[in-house]
Every structure is written in structure tokens, then in C-alpha cells.
Write a protein that binds this ligand. Structure first.
Ligand SMILES: *Cc1c(COP(=O)(O)O)cnc(C)c1O
Length: 360
């Protein structure tokens, strides 16, 4: 068996020990004689798996009282519609900060349900940064302010939490949730698909302040009505059972590594290795402003784009996969989520050095 270093942006690498545990438990989970995939979601076994996953997630993030943790489906793209449906609360507009491709998708979807005001945008500089807070023109009557805390494609990340002067703050954390500690109390709602940094595709996490619930638009599908799901422990219908089980194993793995403080230290160390190399290189470069560089997704460019294909081929030959940048921005991108071991980043930097020596 050969395992590669998988730099995919998502679905992405999972910790090997988690995959091994899942393999061990595949045919017979804890003496139940069943695979988790075969269990009734109403049965004692799965209810315990679900409850443990939720309680671990609450513990890792230190979720304060007064927040609901929901395990849903529909992905982050689905949430871009369901969040307006649930959180407009009689208001007519939403404020958005536009930091790139995923912000734009959120804005586009919200426009079906409300007025979406772009209160700050990094378009002018090619989405290479987070617009400074003092440039945001916030509307005190907006239903909420929406940010994308980590632009998975552009590699731009918030390293601070915006103060929105009492207007609820909503964050798409699809690609950096659980990469570091978060002060949940500063957010009205945090959401994300699991397939970047948490587990398999199919599970969508929503953490929401309880007092905002109960005013969903009448057209809201019941399974995406946060209040209905909260009242039913996210089991209004059949939840993505196996994905929840896998996420629970990952939560346990993170806890065993030392929790989110340890995750952040590890992630900073990995990212620094790569960015320090890129900054010193005359052949490779990072397009993102230093203060706003993502610890999770590291886009980079070759000075000579005509060598892109050769670069990728050489990476593949060395067991490093999925380094091609998103088609909308080109270049390369290394996604180095929690599960990417430092050895993977070391191998990548060694290859970058070797390639530069040959072509630089
Ligand atoms: C991947 C991603 C999405 C889309 O998630 P789906 O689960 O495919 O709907 C949205 N926002 C961000 C920041 C992402 O990284």
C-alpha cells in the first residue's frame, strides 16, 4: 500500500490513524455486529455516536451556552441559501465583505432572498487581502454581516475577528474550522462543509446562537429550518450518519493531539515552512498580502508558467498530488489542513528547491 501526500483543497486528506480506526470498525462497530453505515439513526448505538461527536465539537471549540450545534446536509453552498432563510428575521438586507470566490458565491445566493450589500471588497487588488475593518461601510439595520473566514481558492484568511457593532456576524469557516481556537461568542453563526478540515463530504456543520432562531421564512424547507433541526437534535430526517461518525473520530484525534491550541501551533509551523521558502525564492512566489495569508490553503506561482505542467508531473512522481491551483486563479495551491503531516510540507519544500535549482 502507498499513501501519497494529498494537497487537495477538498475533499481532502484525513488523519491516517482515523482511517485505520474506521477500517478496523468497518464490519463490527464496538461489538454491535454492524457497520455504522448499517445502523438505524434512531438506534441506541448511533445516538451515542452522534451525541459524542457533538459533545467533542463543543469541547474543542469551547462553544458557550446558548448556541446550537447542528449536523446538517446541503454543504456550505446550501447554507448560502438556508442562512438568509433562517436569519433575515423580518429584515431585508445583508452586509457582505467580498474577499474572493467563496464570498462571491455567498453573495450570489443571498440575492435570491434579500438585498445583499457589499460593504467592502478586495476586488481592486485582485482579492489578495482582507479589506481593513475601517473601510467597511456597515448598515446597522442589516440582518447580519457575512464574511468568509478563509478563502479556500485565493488563500486569504482573517487572522482577527471583526467587530460588527452589534450586528450579528456570520462566517463561512468551511476551510479553517478547527484549525485553531475560535471565540465562538463573537459570532452569531458559524458554518462549513466538513470535507476540507473535518471529515468526509456530506456533513455540514452549523453553530448558531439560539436567540436568532424561530423566525425562518415560511418557504424554508423543514430540514433546513435551524429551529426545527435544533428541536430534533439534527435528526428531523436521516442525518449523514457515516460522515458524522467519521467527524467524531477526527474530533477525538484533534483532542488527542492537544486540541485546537496544538493544532494551531502545528499549522503555523507548516505554513511558515512554505511561506518562508516562497518569500526567499526568486522563482516561486505567493500572491497574497503577508498579514492575510491562509494557514490552510497556500496558492503560489511559478515565475515561468510554461513550466506548470512539468512541475505538476514531477510532484506526482514524488508522491505529491493535487497541487494544481483552482481554474479561476491558475498557478498552484497546496492545501495543508490539520491532517497534512509536517513531513508532507517538508517534502514539498524540498521539491520546490530542487525544481528552482533546475529551472531558476
Ligand atoms: C468548499 C467551500 C464551499 C463549498 O462547500 P460545499 O460543501 O461544496 O457546498 C464554500 N465555502 C468555502 C469557503 C469552501 O471552502
Amino acid at each position: 500500500m502507498t499513501r501519497v501526500f494529498n494537497f487537495s483543497a477538498g475533499p481532502a486528506a484525513l488523519p491516517e490513524s482515523v482511517l485505520r480506526q474506521a477500517a478496523d470498525e468497518m464490519l463490527d462497530w464496538h461489538g454491535s455486529g454492524m457497520s455504522v453505515m448499517e445502523m438505524s439513526h434512531r438506534g441506541r448505538e448511533f445516538i451515542s455516536i452522534h451525541a459524542e461527536a457533538e459533545s467533542l465539537l463543543r469541547e474543542l471549540l469551547a462553544v458557550p451556552a446558548g448556541y446550537k450545534v447542528l449536523f446538517l446536509q446541503g454543504g456550505a453552498l446550501g447554507e448560502n441559501a438556508f442562512i438568509p432563510m433562517n436569519l433575515l428575521r423580518g429584515k431585508t438586507s445583508i452586509d457582505f465583505v467580498n474577499t474572493g470566490e467563496w464570498s462571491k458565491k455567498s453573495i450570489k445566493e443571498a440575492r435570491k432572498y434579500a438585498r445583499a450589500n457589499v460593504v467592502a471588497s478586495a476586488a481592486e487588488t485582485g482579492f489578495d487581502r482582507v479589506p481593513a475593518r475601517d473601510t467597511w461601510q456597515l448598515d446597522p439595520d442589516a440582518a447580519y454581516v457575512h464574511i468568509c473566514s478563509n478563502e479556500t481558492i485565493g488563500g486569504v484568511e482573517y487572522h482577527w475577528t471583526p467587530d460588527t457593532a452589534g450586528v450579528p456576524l456570520v462566517a463561512d469557516m468551511s476551510s479553517n474550522l478547527l484549525s485553531r481556537p475560535v471565540d465562538v461568542s463573537k459570532y452569531a453563526l458559524i458554518y462549513g462543509g466538513a470535507q476540507k478540515n473535518i471529515g468526509p463530504a456530506g456533513l455540514t456543520i452549523v453553530i448558531v446562537r439560539e436567540d436568532l432562531l424561530g423566525q425562518a421564512l415560511p418557504i424554508t424547507p423543514s430540514v433546513f429550518d435551524f429551529k426545527e433541526q435544533a428541536d430534533n437534535d439534527s435528526m428531523l430526517n436521516t442525518p449523514p450518519t457515516y460522515a458524522i461518525y467519521m467527524a467524531g473520530l477526527v474530533f477525538n484525534w484533534i483532542k488527542a493531539q492537544g486540541g485546537l491550541v496544538a493544532m494551531e501551533a502545528h499549522n503555523r509551523q507548516k505554513a511558515a515552512l512554505l511561506y518562508d521558502f516562497l518569500d526567499a525564492s526568486k522563482f516561486f512566489s505567493s500572491p497574497v498580502a503577508r498579514a492575510d495569508r491562509s494557514l490552510m490553503n497556500v496558492p503560489f506561482k511559478l515565475r515561468d508558467e510554461s513550466l506548470d505542467a512539468e512541475f505538476l508531473k514531477g510532484a506526482q512522481a514524488r508522491g505529491m498530488l493535487q497541487l494544481k491551483g483552482h481554474r479561476s486563479v491558475g498557478g498552484m495551491r497546496a492545501s495543508i489542513y490539520n491532517a497534512m503531516p509536517i513531513e508532507g510540507v517538508q517534502a514539498l519544500v524540498a521539491y520546490l528547491k530542487e525544481f528552482e535549482a533546475r529551472h531558476g
